[in-house]
Write a protein that binds this ligand. Sequence first.
Ligand code: ATR
Length: 271
Amino acid sequence: MNNYFVIGNPIDHSLSPLIHNYWFKKYKINGTYEKRKLETKDLKNFIVEIKNNKNFKGANVTVPFKNKIIPFLDELSSVAEETFSVNTIVKENKKLIGHNTDATAFEKTLKENESWLLLKSLIIGAGGVTSSIIWAIRNLNRNKIYITNRTKEKATNLVNRLSTGLIGDEIEVLDWGEIPDVNLIVNTTSLGLNQNDDLKLDFKKYKNKKDCMFYDLIYNPKETIFLKDAKKRGNYISNGKMMFLLQAKQAFKLWTNVDAEIDKEILKIVD
Ligand code: ATR
């Protein structure tokens, strides 16, 4: 029996066990996937435990450990290194390798969308997943990316950490609330997880704008206030459901080499 985990805090809301256990059953793989709520101080022991557990094959990493787990890993994939963010661990010959399938999943969802999405972008937030979103957009184009975060300094630090010299022509850090003209606006903040959460940003100038996609990485609730308002204004909207499923699919492939299908059953689980 192969053991897999998702670690995070909070973790109750995670749908990853339902998805991966469904795929294990569907593809007749002898595996179990469980949630594990950890404190930061537990990370070291967790690593010792999985290194010693010969049945352990892999894990997912979620908030708030995507950066914090890195010092405990033996190697990083190039994307994990470039984003300093790990959401998937694979055990290979007793070594723990960190991967980032958030970034590649977001890149895939962008590729499947309208080509005008590849023009200018605005990213809201500077949290754990933001570097993956920047990576995905930059991997597809080198058009201007604006970033705005309530705490501006955090956005500046994040961009500088990605690569010094990016700030300027390629990425511009805006004051909180400054809204430029772009074709893709991604909410990467955690604001929206509660039904009444409202970023309180002024998007009036986007009224009836048909060439802008408002993308929220949150998929539960299905429509955050950020998305509801965009829909009312006549903009395109997308929630984070496809990105979530694609990151799971890519993690599953890394662990089992099976190209799992995002079938009707899976879509029902996430709905
Ligand atoms: P972490 O920073 O630990 O990775 P996260 O949940 O991934 O946490 O990210 C939180 C993001 O949501 C941050 O960009 C945060 O802004 P700050 O850097 O200013 O804290 C943003 N955020 C959380 N609550 C917010 C609020 N009420 N208004 C605006 N942004 C908020």
